[in-house]
Design a protein around this ligand. Structure first.
Ligand SMILES: NC(=O)C[C@H](N)C(=O)O
Length: 345
């Protein structure tokens, strides 16, 4: 049974996986002793991995971008999503791997997930240690990602994130450490599974996902993310009306803001969708516990939309995608009701 770590060798081979390289630490080399920059091609990353011979997988490579992930943009990722759709439609591919920088991997993977409707898995990976360091994790992560993408048990699960032999859902994973090799965690759900002896072992069935029609994308909205802080006077909110198409607020605790921010946020919510998330790092935005000015209840009554379990970065990606597809406030409310609470059914 394919969900229980069944060896890939038990399935018809060779399997075929396409690897798209976007850059990041996994592809970095030294720049004259001044630190590392993304310079390696996707083909070089694949060549550096020991163990292909045992994997029984044919790998096709596409050098898509060579950027640090903080410099990737929505257009890069929409272009990648279109390229992946086109390649899968041509057939003969069992799965796709994307290698990229880890800094924005949690956002990129979720954006790809929102527009990925095919059954073939897309597995996003990267590295925390560059190839020149002792114990570089890139080759192991790439091999685990390719083997996960090739495996039939990964079908129908949307976009997965594989690092440090853990498999995460794109809608739940976060980068929670600046430097450690176990930097990726899914604080609310835990990982979906793990990779052992080269094969994926899933701990649960396919997750319930929220997807959008990529053909509907017609705009490039501007969606800032504002994190509130102690003593915040709301200076970042001034002048946003007319300059932004939507806003995500990362509130304190269960979704709370200083009382001085209540009026400006309520006003903004009258002219654009304003989504309320939590800056804590785990747990849902509350809905009904507190009633003071600036509480979640107060803000939701003033028209803000709760992000549910989506963290601020993912809430921003979802809001961006909805507005890019021409969604109105009702579409935003409905989508956050589903995506914010239903990734795991
Ligand atoms: N580990 C990494 O990949 C970090 C790198 N700065 C990037 O995101 O491109």
């Amino acid at each position: 049974m394919s969900g229980k770590g069944e060896p890939l060798s038990a399935h018809a081979s060779p399997r075929r996986v396409v690897v798209y390289g976007l850059g990041g630490t996994i592809a970095m080399t030294s720049d004259n002793g001044r630190g590392v920059v993304p310079a390696l091609s996707a083909a070089q990353l694949v060549e550096a991995v020991p163990g292909w011979a045992d994997a029984g997988i044919e790998v096709e490579v596409v050098d898509f971008r060579r950027l640090p992930s903080a410099s990737l943009g929505f257009d890069d990722l929409l272009a990648l999503a279109a390229e992946i759709r086109g390649r899968l439609a041509r057939g003969g591919v069992d799965g796709v791997v994307v290698t990229q920088g880890t800094d924005t991997l949690e956002e990129a993977a979720y954006l790809l997930d929102l527009f990925h409707t095919a059954a073939e898995p897309v597995v996003v990976t990267g590295a925390m240690r560059n190839p020149a360091l002792a114990g570089a994790d890139g080759p192991a992560n790439l091999l685990a990602a390719v083997r996960t993408a090739a495996h039939p048990a990964s079908r129908g699960r949307g976009v997965l994130v594989v690092l440090a032999d853990q498999i995460h859902a794109a809608g739940r994973v976060r980068k929670t450490h600046t430097s450690g090799v176990c930097a990726f965690t899914s604080p609310d759900s835990g990982p979906l599974g793990l990779v052992a002896e080269g094969d994926p072992w899933f701990l649960s069935g396919p997750t319930v996902r929220f997807t959008l029609d990529p053909a509907a994308v017609r705009a490039r909205p501007r969606v800032p993310l504002v994190t509130v802080a102690l003593g915040d006077d709301g200076v970042l909110l001034h002048g946003l009306a007319g300059r932004a198409d939507g806003l995500v607020v990362a509130g304190a605790g269960g979704g709370h803001v200083p009382r001085d921010l209540v009026a400006p946020l309520g006003e903004l919510a009258g002219s654009m969708p304003v989504v309320l998330a939590s800056r804590t790092g785990a747990g849902p935005v509350l809905r009904a516990t507190y009633a003071y000015p600036g509480s979640e209840r107060d803000l939701l009554e003033r028209g803000l939309v709760g992000a549910g379990l989506l963290d601020p970065l993912k809430a921003r990606v979802l809001l961006w995608a909805l507005l890019a597809c021409g969604g109105d406030r009702d579409a935003v409310v409905s989508a956050f009701g589903r995506a914010g609470g239903a990734v795991h059914g």
